[in-house]
Structure formats: structure tokens, C-alpha cells
Design a protein around this ligand. Sequence first.
Ligand code: ADP
Ligand code: MG
Length: 727
Amino acid sequence: MAVTLDTDLARVLGAKTAKAMAESLGLRTVRDLLRHYPRRYARRGEMTRLDDLQVGDRVTVLAQVRRVTSRRMRNRPGTLTEVTVGDGAGEMQLVFFNRRFGKLEEGAWGLFAGTVGEYRRTKQFAHPDFHLITGDDDEDWARALIPIYPASKDVSSWVIQKSVRLLLDASGGFGFVEDPLPEDLRRRHGLLSLPAALLDVHRPTSDEDVERAEERLKWDEALVLQLVLGARRRAAALEPGTARPRRDGGLLDAVDAALPFELTEGQRQVGEELAAELARDHPMHRLLQGEVGSGKTVVALRAMAQVVDAGGQAALLAPTEVLAAQHARSIAGMLGPLARAGELDGDPAGTKVVLLTGSLKAAPRRAARAAVADGSAGIVVGTHALLQEGVEFADLGLVVVDEQHRFGVEQRDALRAKGNRPPHVLVMTATPIPRTVAMTVYGDLETSVLRQLPSGRGGVASSVVPVSDKPTWLDRAWERLREEVAAGRQAYVVCPRIGDEDTGSEDEPDEADAPQESGGDDRRPPLAVLDVAEALSEGPLAGLRLAVLHGRMTPEAKEATMRAFAAREVDVLVATTVVEVGVDVPNATVMVVMDADRFGVSQLHQLRGRVARGKHRGLCLLVTEARETTATGQRLAAVAGTSDGFELARVDLETRREGDVLGAAQSGRRSTVKLLSLLEDEELIATARAEATALLATERGLADHPGLAAEVAALATDERAGYLEKA
Ligand code: ADP
Ligand code: MG
């Protein structure tokens, strides 16, 4: 039988097995099966660490039978058979009801698959599937490494193993597999051919086999992914857009004249990059990454001013209403009369700045929408919802998406569909992101980086306050806060929760970023703003002016509180993570984060950015009950130990499950990214990106590489590159 990668599995495996594979694992063709790689490899005598199994996991383990006991059940008819399997690392119970197991004898080895349960503190499988490895079994089992595949209830790991074997036999090896990678690329990077790699990944004889095979197979993933992203960048660069060239004597010049500071070198450079790109008649698609406090807003404002000068409108989208309101306020402040064109005291050379958020009352909302629709509002500030609400723009020229790390490909596509010509788009990330994430999740955007902070900043000193190890330090923390307030400064106290139960609020989008700690259930509930504020005002901070801020307050109340804080009418703001992004009160110098272990690394970095804004040195205290020696304690120490956001972004990636970042890659769904790791494969991804860019830039592109072109097309259309969305 002539087998190809596109051959239906039914022709090789028979209808029944093929149906089960398609239904439960999404494997339909020979290609699917060959690209279904083992999750790991087991060796006899070196059993799976049973101790590490999590209740609820569906797993396959290689184990040896220790004891078999059967007894009649007391409460119902029939027998219960308990089989203990194990090795030095632990034991596990297999429980079977009413079945005979002549073959499960002591000393026998087998693969056991099921969902891990727990009964009286012992891990157990209730009626697992199993496959015994007997002496007369075929050579598959004599091998040193036994592949353990991602399996399902209907298709066990050993069935997949056997199917691969059948395929090998039917085709006389994997010789029919054509290698999509160009040969010279393979040679330059010392990569195995695809048939060799597939053979080694499915039937390895040594760990080195596996390693070399995986290296090669990761290349397939990285290169195809980068080709898709590269093609997107190229296509975007060819789309027609509207040029918004710089004009002298307009709003931009006025902004520059009004700036109370010198731009940093980085701001100037990025500014020039943006100015040049806006002047082209293709839409810009750029990601601006910046260290917290590096001054992204002014960079964005200058780009927006250029677009207004060229006759277009600019929209600035913030993740929360608090932040949108603050942006509108500070932009209006910076522009002065230039922000009030059309009003009595306005400057006719300027434009109108409008804030358009969901909480506006009907009348002002109508007025704002009208100004956006007739074009008199050159600068529109709102939340991300602005675009979904079908607001009509007269001539939308630029969209700036601020502080957003969940602005995926799809949202960007939706943006491009706005107006008759797609607008220029500038995405600004909330915190620095690791290079690998920039190259994958945001890989279809060009990137600019602002590393430098404006000079004259005091910086932030951070310390962990480990209340379990050093109980007196907390008192000292409140003393420090009081000293700062006495010196005329202000402070934040941040808590993970609001208080009167009820969770979730649109103003706190980052809950999901907090790392999932195991054993989270038996911890006490996180500290709440309302409780902490009360305790502080009656205790260590008695006599200071305290206010609370959280996502369940009305927008007006939030706005009023922020204003009062900015006007120094409040000494201490006790808040949730609403203050995380972008809030800018340079006189605030202390931040105390309660239950700091409940926050993610980048969240903490963002938070402390709030007290690094002025000329005074900031102080950030991370209060936690976690012991210094635990992983959590170490994570907090890492945050306290460096203020380099790029370094922390890496720590963050390490503590988060990667699947969250690459989305569906880890779900049972068929997916293209299986082996590639954002943590470990930075070099490989970067090299593949360079290769992809070079390939696409050649005259014939992928025309001479039909195998590669097919893989790219499959990824681009089949999955709509959906896994590129951030989770
Ligand atoms: P982020 O990049 O975190 O969004 P912001 O844009 O909010 O930072 O800027 C932080 C603060 O730094 C603001 O108060 C802003 O006015 C100020 N700032 C921006 N650029 C400069 C500069 N070149 N020199 C001095 N201060 C600056
Ligand atoms: Mg900002």
C-alpha cells in the first residue's frame, strides 16, 4: 500500500481505531499521527514518580505489580480487587470491581492508564486500563525507552504506540515522508532529516536519540510559526493605508513646546520611528515595549498629535476607566487651550479631546459620540470597549492600545477592519515581555523598546517583609509609611481583594495573572481592602487621611477619589490592583503590598512602578506570610532584588504555566506547537525567525519549498493562528 502523509488513518489502522483516534484525539491522517509525539519516555525499573501525580490527572504509568487481594464487598454483591503497584518512589492502588485478573500477578510489569483519584490518602486508579508487558510480548516492549503518548480514555498510549508500529510496517519505514525543511537550512543547523527524526522520537533507543529528534522537530514548529508571522507582517506592510505625515506649526509642535521636560534619547528615537511610519501609506503595526515609568504616554501623544495635524483622528484605549480618565485629564492638561478647540477659551489651532467611557450619562455621551462622528474630536480616549460599541469615527487614523497584554491577533484584525482604510496601530505593553513572547505572541508586529527611564527619578527600593519569619518588620513598615507621610509624601496600600465578598470586576483584569499555587485551598482568604483600611485607620495609621479605591465603586466615586489623592487631600490610598496600571501621582513614594504572594511577578513590578514616578526615592514593601525559603518567598525576593523589568518578565514566564501563554498549544486540540518551549528555546526561535524572514525575502519566497508552503498554509488557515492569542 502506498502511504503518504495525507493518507487517512482508517486505511492503515482500520475503521474502528481510526474513528476513536479522530474523535478523541483529533488524529485523522498519517501526518497527524506522526506529529503526535510522546509526552515522555518510561523505562522499566525506573518508574513514574507516583508521588508527583495530581488527583484528577489522566496519566499512563509504567509500574510493577506488588500485591493482589480480592474480597467480597459488604454493601453490594460482587468482589473488589485491589492491586498495589509501585517501586521505590511510592505505591499506588488499582481498584477493580467484579472482574477477573488472572494475568495481574505479582512481579508483572505493565502500563496502567486512568484518572488519578485518592482514597484514604492513597493515590488510586479506579478500574484503569492496562497493558501487561509479558516476556513473549513483541520487541516493542524490549526497548529501553517506552514512549508514553498523550492519550485518551478511548485511545490508550499503547494503542498509539502500536499504531505507529503498524504504520512503519505498512510503509516499510518512514521513507515516504518528505522533508519540508530546505536541505541547506538543515545542513547549516545540523538537523536530522524528518524521517530520521520521526523514527527516533517514536522509537528511540537512547536519550540522545530523543534529544536530537526533538531539536529537529522543534525547528519545524518554530520555522512554520515564524513563516506565518513573517507573512502576516509582510502582508500588513502591503495593505493600503493613509499617510499621516508630520506638519510643522501644528499640534505636535505645540505639544513639544509645552512639555515640562526633555525627551529621553529613547523617546526621541522611538518618536522618529513612529513619525516615519505614520508618514507611509501603509498602516503601521507596532508594539512599544517599555520599562514601567519609561514615559510611553508622551510618545503616544506625540504620534496622536502628528495624526491630528494630518487631518485624522486618534483613539487611545486604556484597560480601565480609571486609567482612561487619567489619560484624558493629563492630555487635556498638557494641551491646555489646544484641547478645547471650538470652546470659548479654546485655541482654534487645536482639537477637541473627548473621554468616551461606558459610564458617561446619556447626554454627554451623545455629545461625545457626535464630536467623534463629525471629526471635531481629534483625540478620543476610552476603554477597550470603545471599538466594540460601534462608535463611528469621521476619519480614524491611529489607534493606540495602552497597557494591554491581552490584545491578540483577532482584536487587531477587528481594528484593521475599521474605517475604509485600516488605521495605524500602536500597541503598548503593560510591562516588558520576554523576547520569546515578543517573537511569538506578538510576532506579527514590529517592535520598539524604551529601556531608559527619564533621568532625575529617585528609583524604588524594594524589600520583602516576611511576617512569618520576622514579625516585627511589619510594625517597622507602618512606621516608615508614617515617616514618609510626615515628610509630605503619600502612600498606597494594595490588597488582593475588595472585601464584602463577591468577586470580579472589570477594573481588575489581572486576577488571572496571579500564579496558581498548589495547596491554595487551605490558605486563609486574601486580605481585603475594606478590612485592611478599617484596621489601619484604627491602628498603625490612626490619624492619617485614608481613602479606599476598588473596582466596585461607581466610576464617579473612583474618579473623585483619584482626584483627591492627586490633590494631596488623601495621605494613604488603600486599593486593589486598580492602581496597577498607569496611575500617575509622582508625590506618592510608598507602596505596601499586602499578601504580596498573591500577585504575579509582572503585576508587582507594575504596582511598584506607581511609586517610582517622582524625584523622591520610592519604597515598595512586599508583605507576605510566605517563608523566605519557599518558592514563593524566592519569587518575591527576585522581584525585590531587581528593577529590570525584562529580567522579571523572564522570572514571570518561569512561574507561569507556559500553556497559558501559548494558549491552545497545551489543550487536547490538534495544535502545531507541541515541543517548542518559550522558556528553553529562545535561541532556536530567534534563529528560526531570522531564517523565516530571509526565506520570505527571497524572490521566489516559498515557491521552491512546496512542503513548507503546505505546512504554512495549514497553520494559517486551519487554525487561524488562533493559538497566538494570549490566554
Ligand atoms: P509608562 O511608560 O509606565 O506608561 P508614563 O508615560 O506614565 O510611563 O510616564 C511616567 C511619568 O514620567 C509621567 O509622570 C511622565 O510625565 C513622566 N515623563 C515622561 N517622559 C519624561 C521625561 N523625558 N522626563 C521626565 N519625566 C518624564
Ligand atoms: Mg502608561
